[in-house]
Design a protein around this ligand. Sequence first.
Ligand SMILES: NC(=O)c1ccc[n+]([C@@H]2O[C@H](COP(=O)([O-])OP(=O)(O)OC[C@H]3O[C@@H](n4cnc5c(N)ncnc54)[C@H](OP(=O)(O)O)[C@@H]3O)[C@@H](O)[C@H]2O)c1
Length: 310
Amino acid sequence: MDILKPSAVVGTNSWGSATYGKMLRGESVGVDTIRACFERAKEKGLLIFDLAQDYGLGKAQKMIGEFGTEDVIISAKFTPTGSYKSGQVRKSFEKDLQDFNRDYVDIYWLHLPSDIEANLSEIIDLYKEGKIKHIGISNFTLEECVKAKAILDKAGIPLYGVQNHYSLINREWEKNGLVDWCFRNGISFWAWAVLEEGMLTDPKVKTKMSLMKLMFNRKKRKLHSLYQLMEKVGEAHGITIPQVAMAFCASKGIVPVCGCRKPYQVDQLQDAVSVCLSDSEIKSLENEADKLNVKILGADMFRFAVKKSK
Ligand SMILES: NC(=O)c1ccc[n+]([C@@H]2O[C@H](COP(=O)([O-])OP(=O)(O)OC[C@H]3O[C@@H](n4cnc5c(N)ncnc54)[C@H](OP(=O)(O)O)[C@@H]3O)[C@@H](O)[C@H]2O)c1
């Protein structure tokens, strides 16, 4: 897999913690199933796994370290919280390396645009030491992206990617020009939660009671006509409703980061991203989504956690 042009990325947010899986998704999945999912992804050539210290309530990183990270591409993050303290990135990064049982990380993201200059300068040091191969930023606005790119340009380091929330029903970063800015600058755009945390999947499939279901089922019902259209588009390509959501991103050159914890989900992700939707299919899906104007996750939903710059 070309790290500069990945077709799709396996998200690990719901790996590991049974409590988290059950509470959020209505079902916990055992370690054997997650390991089988990991192995299937490797067989399929989906080699990039997206991680962060808090995923699976702190268990996802340790889990992948135990599975073995020698043949995979690790995408990990530094999440700034509280006031900036010198050395905080390196300290957190060293813990990551222990979890991964590795001496480097392939792609390392600044998870939030807090203390951009100070945090990036620590990430740049790690890059120069060869411990990080590519640098990305996540949950950044266009203005913040421009600032981060200027810092990296000054150090002679390319900005690898921007990882923000994006899905068929939430295309704010495209509408406000951020996605286009990435493409014009040769920067990869990764879309997290293309399935809206499982809410943009087949409504006919009964899901167990969960926090997501409790919070969003009313909104899900409003998406009925979009699901019908997705089903029709999917039938033309032999794919399911959630696969249409994945193919929608891939057809636009956007990298879908999709939460997979079961082997069939990896199969479906791989098949979906090889489907190219036509311009008219894309337009009709967008028109229907815009007409309904239902939002599940916010495009910039972690803004509350960003430290205000002085
Ligand atoms: N950078 C950031 O700030 C940020 C924030 C959030 C997430 N992320 C990344 O983005 C990834 C994706 O987000 P997510 O995992 O939270 O949610 P998601 O990918 O939007 O949705 C995951 C849900 O979709 C279901 N699903 C997956 N594949 C499916 C398929 N083929 N058919 C039907 N349902 C399917 C899963 O079902 P099951 O319940 O059956 O497993 C799960 O409930 C995360 O894992 C993480 O790596 C990044």
